[in-house]
Design a protein around this ligand. Structure first.
Ligand code: BG6
Length: 521
């Protein structure tokens, strides 16, 4: 299968040797995602022997303790087992730990000395990858100290990898970006949106631009609407403190949902080059119709917050009862919206997007609903025909299916909806590379396609800021929904106003549909 960039032709080749600096090395992201990703890359030969990982955090830890943390994280979270003792020991040798106060430049100078030792020990050609798994207010201070501590004076490359949230709104994001730009140029900054590292999100482009039969139909003449669902069963878990300030709009819509939307809506890039691809995504984001007024937001956007409920027989508390959440909190745990991409391709096609915590299933799916065949001709005359669908299943099941109408065998032209499915998860299991593996690997080889460029981030903030502004005025309602339900009923009404409804997700299509390949469940 062809991928989007020329660089990916070298996919089996190890990334250039580098020192990886993990700021926030004792945190949750490092434990759940980053250590396991590094181990998978090593196991697959995408990291050769010329690398070192320096764990950095405030608390003291010896190298041995740090390696033990790494080991435990791999045992718990990695898709590969650490059962080859020799391999594990060789891998672990590359890990060292240094306690660091990020506000003190002297510590950074020490880090510089350690770096030279690591370069010499592992034959690293001076490349530096700074991974900031930190709160965004620390990005600026760390960048300044990296510069002032001399860490950027190297004969190799230096790259900065940062996690979301990138700001709280457009204004704060700009400030943050201004700080980073004093130290790094845009080409050195790799902003992670881990959804872009997911196999099926990357597959959207392959599907669109390498098949003859999708692209000719990919427009307002043939597509009735697009539905993007990013549903989660989890609540806010132990992240109430962060989430109560952020909410679903900033946590999911500004980034993951709008990124997926831009991949669906973008024009074909002129070349398979990161900048050309990202140029097209920005254009799609720029074409989003801005909300004209608070009333416009109220008409087209639904915000909700979960109340007490039940999921799979388990009683669940209301959002306001969760740890670190204010008792009177008005933070949304659900956002649904009808948005339009005002360009020639998409004029008039509603994009319905929704995301929420404590919904009935964990699933991310894109449903493209095609327009019906003309009314009152041939079969449409005699049947209530179901529209054709193209469904992209992103997470956790990966695959694609199309729904078509076919003749029921043996009948007198009775029509039966049939699903034809490419179930990637059924074929290769759920063992596809984790998003973080792909993203770390890409950052280490300078492949920036699946990282968000500043203008994309800024555009997305400008779009969601208008919603947040309306909510501040409290002119729009905060709808309640029971934990374990599909969110506020208002969102269904909104689709109903246009004569549509949410298609079932998670392979739970109507009973009379025949599935003709691997199990969707
Ligand atoms: C993160 C959000 O970016 O994405 C979380 O901060 C959310 O709130 C998570 O749970 C969902 O990611 P995934 O890959 O599990 O769908």
């Amino acid at each position: 299968m062809r991928h989007m960039t020329d660089v990916s032709k070298q996919e089996s080749i190890a990334a250039a040797g580098a020192v990886y600096y993990l700021f926030g090395a004792t945190g949750d992201l490092a434990r759940r995602k980053l250590f396991p990703a590094l181990f998978s890359l090593y196991k697959e030969g995408k990291l050769a022997e010329d690398f070192a990982v320096v764990g950095l955090a405030r608390r003291p830890r010896t190298n041995e303790e740090f390696r033990q943390d790494v080991y435990e994280s791999i045992v718990e979270f990695c898709r590969y087992k650490a059962d080859d003792q020799q391999l594990w020991e060789k891998f672990a040798e590359h890990f060292v730990y240094m306690p660091l106060d990020i506000n003190n430049v002297d510590g950074f100078r020490e880090l510089g000395k350690l770096t030279l030792e690591l370069d010499a020990k592992f034959g690293i050609p001076g490349n530096r990858l700074f991974y900031l798994a930190l709160a965004p207010n620390l990005f600026g201070p760390v960048s300044f100290n990296l510069r002032d501590g001399g860490l950027l004076e190297t004969k190799g490359w230096s790259r900065l990898v940062i996690e979301k949230p990138f700001g709280y709104d457009l204004e704060s994001a700009k400030k943050l970006n201004d700080q980073l730009s004093q130290v790094f140029n845009e080409e050195q900054i790799y902003r992670i949106d881990h959804y872009l590292g997911k196999e099926m999100v990357q597959n959207i482009q392959v599907l669109r631009f390498s098949n003859a039969f999708f692209e000719p139909l990919w427009n307002n003449k043939h597509i009735a609407n697009v539905q993007i669902t990013l549903a989660e069963t989890v609540g806010v878990e132990e992240r109430g403190g962060y989430y109560d300030k952020s909410g679903a709009l900033r946590d999911m819509v500004q980034n993951h949902l709008l990124q997926m939307l831009s991949m669906i809506a973008m024009e074909p890039p002129s070349r398979l080059h990161p900048e050309d691809i990202r140029d097209e995504k920005v254009k799609a984001l720029r074409s989003l119709r801005p909300f004209a007024s608070d009333e416009d937001v109220a008409r087209n956007v639904v915000r909700g917050q979960y109340g007490a409920g039940a999921l799979k027989g388990k009683e669940l508390p209301a959002y306001r009862q969760e740890d670190s959440v204010a008792l009177e909190s008005k933070t949304e745990t659900y956002v649904g919206a009808r948005v339009f991409v005002d360009n020639f391709r998409w004029a008039g096609v509603p994009f319905y997007i929704r995301t929420g915590k404590r919904l009935p299933v964990k699933t991310t799916e894109v449903v493209i609903e095609f327009k019906n065949v003309p009314d009152n001709v041939l079969f449409a005359n005699r049947h209530d025909l179901s529209p054709n669908l193209l469904v992209i299943r992103v997470n956790p099941m990966e695959g694609i299916y199309i729904k078509i109408n076919a003749k029921k065998p043996g009948s007198d032209n009775a029509i039966q909806p049939v699903v034809m499915e490419f179930c990637q998860s059924c074929l290769i299991g759920i063992n596809t590379p984790e998003a973080y593996e792909r993203l770390i690997y890409d950052a280490a080889r300078g492949e920036s396609t699946y990282f968000t460029r500043w203008d994309e981030v800024a555009q997305a903030w400008a779009f969601v800021d208008r919603m947040a502004q309306a909510w501040k005025e409290e002119t729009s309602e905060l709808h309640g929904y029971a934990a374990g339900s599909w969110g506020p009923a208002r969102m269904d009404e909104l689709l109903g106003e246009d004569g549509f409804f949410w298609w079932p997700v998670n392979g739970q299509d109507e009973d009379n549909v025949i599935w003709i390949s691997g199990s969707p469940k």
